[in-house]
Design a binder for this molecule. Structure first.
Ligand code: ATP
Ligand code: MG
Length: 424
């Protein structure tokens, strides 16, 4: 099929969404329920001859398997259709952009954002692996960031061409940067292949580095890992996350996290470790500064600010502050005073956690906010808004979080000015 068809089965074809190695993806309309769908049609040349027939059979079999995976992080397959000689697959239409687009915009992901995105991918994989489905082509172009801030994995269970097939057929060779060593070598793949690819995506989001052809043939994975983890950005990754990335990208499949679920659980643990578990209001900060100033003088505000950035718990905050004083008796005394003040914070935080309502932001305002943020941050914007809404208690804190993701100070201010108007 070369030109755009008007219909495929019962579906009205509206436009081309994109083209990949396997085929063309159209935007279609299901007239029965007036729902938009995405329809992937295989390239005709892939279906020719005996090998083509075999490929189509595999395509149908795997799409049927994928259709059984229902998960909020997986692009749902609705139907497998045939129109004349054309096989097509009907999927949930996802409004959003690819993770690859966010990478192309040179967006610098924070550890927290990487954990959020990768956790979503791992949840999708855990569900699919439980059904015996291996993705085999986990890469940023197959990860969709939806307009409502969700992360969805596309092309589950769709039969994959390997690079050898693609070269033979003369179509574009997909990037092997995310392919596990075993799949590069043409060996049998297991669910651990997907886990490797997740590791490769994670490393790229954290460092900006992707394994290039000169390190792939022959494979110099260890050299690539050492270089990227010891580069400027690599060295800033927290040690536990570094260890997890290295483990996921182990050349030996059996050294990787055993399952997508265990990988996800390890990441979740890191995200709780990273989370600030208390809020220190202005009044409490002032009290802490005046107590601290009696021991350390005018540097008290700076010490407090630094301690607040480091401490994950009120106990840790008290410990860090008490260590600012050399004299052990004075340090003990300070610790006691700080503990008294922070005890009140823990109490009022627990109290407010139970009774507080997190920020409620209606869909229309969220959409407007997205329109303001997108020009600054591109495809990652919906994910940041969704994440921000999970934690923000008020508009100011939401906007401050979003503004802090914009690197350029002037642009960050510009965003704040515009966004504040939405909440006037
Ligand atoms: P590959 O063929 O290696 O998977 P690819 O992922 O870029 O490469 P396709 O999967 O064919 O290619 O997708 C082509 C385009 O269609 C991409 O831009 C993708 O974002 C878009 N697309 C695919 N599935 C959907 C969907 N369910 N909803 C909306 N857009 C989609
Ligand atoms: Mg794809």
């Amino acid at each position: 099929m070369t030109s755009q068809p008007d219909m495929l089965g019962k579906y009205h074809i509206q436009t081309v969404l994109g083209k990949g190695a396997m085929g063309i993806v159209y935007l279609g309309l299901d007239p029965d329920i007036d729902r938009k769908v995405a329809i992937k049609v295989l390239h005709p040349h892939l279906c020719e001859g005996e090998a083509g027939q075999d490929f189509v059979r595999r395509f149908r079999r795997e799409a049927q398997a994928a259709a059984r995976s229902f998960h909020s992080n997986i692009v749902t397959v609705f139907e497998l259709g045939k129109h004349g000689n054309t096989d097509f697959i009907v999927m949930e239409y996802v409004e959003g952009e690819e993770l690859q687009d966010a990478i192309n915009c040179n967006y610098r992901f924070s550890e927290d954002e990487v954990i959020f995105i990768v956790s979503s991918i791992l949840k999708a994989l855990a569900a699919a692996h439980a059904q015996g489905i291996i993705h085999r082509d986990i890469k940023p172009a197959n990860i969709l960031l939806t307009d409502d801030g969700n992360v969805k994995v596309a092309d589950f269970g769709v039969a994959k061409l390997n690079s050898f097939d693609q070269t033979m057929q003369g179509s574009a060779v997909g990037t092997p940067s995310y392919m596990s060593p075993e799949s590069l070598k043409g060996q049998a793949v297991t669910h651990l292949t997907d886990i490797y690819s997740v590791g490769a995506i994670m490393l790229q989001l954290l460092t900006g580095e992707r394994i290039k052809a000169d390190k792939l043939y022959p494979l110099k994975l260890a050299e690539f890992m050492t270089e990227s983890l010891n580069g400027d950005r690599g060295l800033k990754i927290s040690p536990k996350l570094r260890a997890l990335v290295s483990q996921a990208m182990s050349e030996d499949a059996n050294s990787r996290p055993e399952t997508a679920l265990s990988f996800y659980q390890q990441l979740e643990k890191l995200s709780t470790d990273n989370a600030v578990s208390f809020q220190c209001d202005d009044e409490t900060q002032q009290k802490l500064v005046s107590v601290l100033a009696a021991y350390v003088g005018p540097i008290a505000p700076m010490l407090l600010k630094n301690a607040l950035l480091k401490a994950k718990t009120t106990e840790a905050l008290a410990n860090i502050l008490s260590q600012s004083v050399d004299d052990s008796e004075e340090s003990e005394e300070l610790l006691e005073q700080v503990q008294k003040i922070v005890k009140k914070i823990s109490f009022s935080n627990d109290h407010s956690m139970n009774n507080s309502q997190l920020l409620i932001c209606d869909a229309a305002t969220q959409e407007k906010l997205l329109a303001v943020l997108r020009p600054f941050l591109g495809p990652i914007s919906p994910v940041l808004i969704k994440k921000g809404l999970l934690h923000a208690r008020d508009h100011q804190s939401l906007l401050a979080t979003l503004a802090s993701a914009i690197n350029d100070d002037k642009e960050s201010q510009e965003f704040l000015l515009e966004a504040r108007q939405l909440f006037c």
